[in-house]
Design a protein around this ligand. Sequence first.
Ligand code: GLY
Length: 387
Amino acid sequence: MQTQSNCIPLTEEAALTALDRCVEQVRLNLPRYAGRCQNHSSVNGIYPACDNVQWTCGFWPGEIWLAWERSREDGFQAAGLSLVDSFYDRIVQKIEVDHHDMGFLYSPSCVAAWRLTGSQKAREAAILAADQLLTRFQPKGAFFQAWGPMGAPENYRFIIDCLLNLPLLYWASRETGDPKYADLAGRHARTCLANSFRPDGSTYHTFFMNPDGTPSHGETCQGYRDDSFWARGQAWGVYGSVLSYRYTKDPAYLDVFRRCLAFYLTRLPEDLVPYWDMIFTDGSDEPRDSSAAAIVACGLLEAAHWLPPEEAARCERLARQMLASLTARYAVPQPVPGAGLLLHGTYSKKSPYNTCTPEGVDECTGWGDYFYMEALTRLTGNWYPYW
Ligand code: GLY
């Protein structure tokens, strides 16, 4: 594992200072988004408020719970629990839930609330969300279909991001004692391992299966090109593979974590924060995706729990270097109402070759903020993951 950079690792003390700055920003934002969510990405640095209808709505309550864990202030707990009501209503009324992103939505909002407060409503909502995700399983091919009507040929595919939706299922099996959730999570993860990761450790964003369940081909949606290296996809691969290891202890997940990370490190610019697609490297004027660096830092710190001591120490050092760079060059410098935590994220950038809707380029993103805060929290003590 190459560290490739002279970035000085973030110290314990600096991590606490950075985390406290995040808590201050979340505190400042509470009244602005009361009972509502933040848009997936900021607009000129400020998040519009939105109803609880986007795939990204779990990140704002996730930040609130992390702020509560750090501060123990009642205002954060009240805000987190009021969002549990909203997430409960969303899943009961099935509002914008016919897609695979149940883990992104319900792990940082409701699994977190249940772990931290014992809220039975949060537990029920998270189990309903896990049930909803099971309805997206395609037995022919063994995968959770990401988007669109079930079985539609143009959407007979899964995406690498889905690895972060699987912990909700492992959690649901442990909670209910019913193995069906973990069973389908494992089947999806194996399909993803076999197809989303290329031999060199780089990844496809989306992967199509044939109607008979055999693998077809990889395509990008949010990356630059089908054969390029979408930075956030690579980051989901790093963190998602080690989260699968956390629940299954199958060494195949650690192997793929190592391969995916190794490729990621070969394409990083000097400051350890990737361009939005890693086909671009040092010297490019393309935008960065700071959120990918925050996600990878979380993956490295999770992996440090499971790897042999020397490798674990290298992972932790690398995470501290990435977080030092994010804190020094990418963190929002002063709290401002409506601002996020991490600048220079990229949600979806249009290229001549991809199919995405352009949104949130060089902005704060909900997940970038959340994972930056999660990584800092991981550095400051024994944190029990929401994932
Ligand atoms: N999961 C969608 C994204 O990372 O943009």
